[in-house]
Design a protein. Sequence first.
Length: 234
Amino acid sequence: MISFAIIYLFIYIMYMITNKKLNKRQYAYQVIRSRILEGVYVPGQRIVIDQIAKEVNSSHIPVREAIHQLESEQLIEYEPNIGAIVKGINDSLYMDTLQVLALLEGYATALSAPHINQSGIQKLTEINEKMSEHLQNYELDKIAELNRAFHFFIYSYCPNELLITNIKEMWERLDVVRHTGFRFFPKRTPHSIEEHNTIIQYLSDNKSADEIERYTRNHKLNTLEAFKHRNDER
């Protein structure tokens, strides 16, 4: 009869093997993903599995698993006779992503609203004021960073962590665009800052969840409209 100690040892060994494999996959995933988001790997670039495997000191299997995960996040795609390549974000995918974000961010802001105190309102006001200052100097990259900080500060109050994880992943997917020539829309920026002021006022006045969700959703959709008419700003 097999002793409990032997069964325990077997379970422990299997756990260590599985955990080691998982760590290798996660490491490969983080390496590839960060390079895509930082623009080191550009759209159309082939992901060389041998090279990644050597860098993370693993077999091909964890790297392939990492690539499959990135494929599900639409950061990588497979091309016949080529293999895994970095997926670019075309206009259609960019607009689709903004539409989905409009829904998610509207709901996330409404969920966050009841938990934001006066200190939080003051912090949002300060972030938006800094955006205005950078606008005067046409520092668009800094404005983009502050815009992200503004919204994610609101989401720090959101009780639905899965919702915020999905929003974060979609924002990071759009970062690929930022590294291929996309920038904030100059004519859109002043309106965006004003809309932030209105969001702050809605939060401060304890507007209804429906009102907050609707306004924040339209705030994101206004960015979509600016993207559609971006040629007018060139």
